[in-house]
Design a protein around this ligand. Structure first.
Ligand code: 1QQ
Length: 383
């Protein structure tokens, strides 16, 4: 079967595998009615970045999941109970949460974790234990390739970044770029690789490549160098906290060129933190809340009523993800982990709020992004 050849590369702790095997492997079951047609009932584990500096990602994700959960349960074909765990954006905490969920007999599948950095340790573990896992925000290269139980419905950076760069070149006739990226995170590093590759393929001159680390507060050295080189664009691979601070400091230094960011930058938090300094940020997204589409508008309305704010990309992806999983549970006809994995892999032309969704042969996403720019403090379509 696909991906089995990758298993030799999975180097995570065997001890937890042994522990899980000793528990006999967990399965939950569907409740059939007298006609055998009844609804499938399942616990779905969620690992999310709910506390710490990136907590707005986890808040949006869990909000989207809870809204979808209410709607799905109301329809009555599938009954999902969400079991939510906080990873705080940390690998070890994400792994502990995953082990707890996988050890629970009733957990059929896991949604999350939020960061690719976390999925890189949790994904191999879930795969070894035969627990289907689906990231809703993990966008680095290679996530679904971790194993056949590992999926995502998030727009990979490999699709998002080239789309943004193309638009920026077209609009600004850009020829020279500076690149800035976080070198201590799987997602920001992968985003950098994609940016560099895309810039080279599109014939852009890369003036400099600068790095930073999570939690850094002073970018003076990097930005002073970038300013002196006069790029037409700055390509920045960052999570929202660092990204917003970088833009704020750049604008204060008089750097007024557009920024191209990846998925991590596509958060209202960037505008909240950086204010006017966020104007000129270009991102590609699978989600656009002002889309003239009934399904999208219904979701936005319900979300705003429930949570008092507009949904972002992370909420929308999580919302669709639970529907995709609910559909797989229904098609599997049972809350069995293997059956649900197989049903998930078969997902094709699912019509969600992100548009039509299918997995490719690796369990990766086939999707067309929309390119947005922050203009006057608001994400708008970049024409
Ligand atoms: C990743 C991401 C982040 C932006 C998720 C919040 O895309 O870690 O893959």
């Amino acid at each position: 079967m696909r991906k089995h050849f990758r298993r030799f590369a999975q180097f995570t702790a065997l001890s937890s595998l042994v522990l899980l095997s000793a528990c006999g492997g967990a399965q939950s079951s569907g409740e059939k009615d007298a006609n055998g047609a009844g609804k499938v009932t399942a616990d779905i584990g969620v690992i999310s970045y709910i506390s710490g500096p990136g907590a707005a990602y986890g808040e949006a994700i869990t909000n989207g999941l809870k809204l979808a959960n209410e709607e799905i349960n109301k329809k009555g074909e599938v009954e999902i109970n969400l079991v939510i765990e906080d990873s705080a954006g940390k690998q070890d905490q994400a792994l502990t949460a995953a082990q707890k969920l996988m050890n629970s007999k009733n957990v059929t599948a896991i949604i999350g974790p939020t960061l690719s950095t976390e999925m890189n340790v949790v994904g191999p573990e879930a795969d070894l234990n035969g627990v289907p896992i689906m990231g809703t925000s993990t966008t680095a290269e290679g996530i679904p390739q971790i194993g056949e139980y590992v999926f995502r419905n998030s727009l990979p950076e490999a699709l998002a970044i080239p789309a943004s760069i193309d638009k920026a070149i077209e609009k600004y006739d850009a020829k020279k770029v500076a690149i800035l990226y976080g070198n201590d995170d799987v997602f920001t590093k992968s985003g950098f690789d994609t940016m560099k590759k895309a810039a080279e393929e599109k014939g852009l001159e890369i003036l400099t490549i600068e790095t930073f680390q999570k939690g850094q507060s002073d970018y003076n050295a990097q930005l002073t160098k970038i300013k002196s080189l006069k790029p037409d664009l700055i390509l920045a691979s960052a999570l929202y906290n660092e990204g917003a601070v970088i833009m704020d400091q750049a604008r204060k230094m008089g750097i007024d060129v557009p920024f191209v960011g990846g998925n991590g930058f596509n958060s209202p938090e960037v505008i909240k933190i950086a204010g006017d300094a966020a104007n000129g940020l270009i991102v590609a997204t699978p989600w656009y809340g002002d889309k003239d589409d009934q399904k999208v508008q219904d979701f936005v309305k319900k979300y705003e009523e429930k949570y008092g704010k507009k949904p972002d990309q992370f909420a929308a992806q999580a919302y669709d993800a639970l529907y995709i999983l609910a559909e797989a549970l229904k098609n599997a006809g049972d809350a069995d982990r293997d059956a649900v994995r197989d049903a998930l892999a078969e997902t094709k032309d699912f019509q969600g709020i992100l548009g039509s969704f299918s997995f490719d042969k690796d369990g990766d996403v086939v999707m067309e992004p929309t390119v947005l720019v922050i203009d006057e403090g608001k994400f708008t379509v970049f024409e």
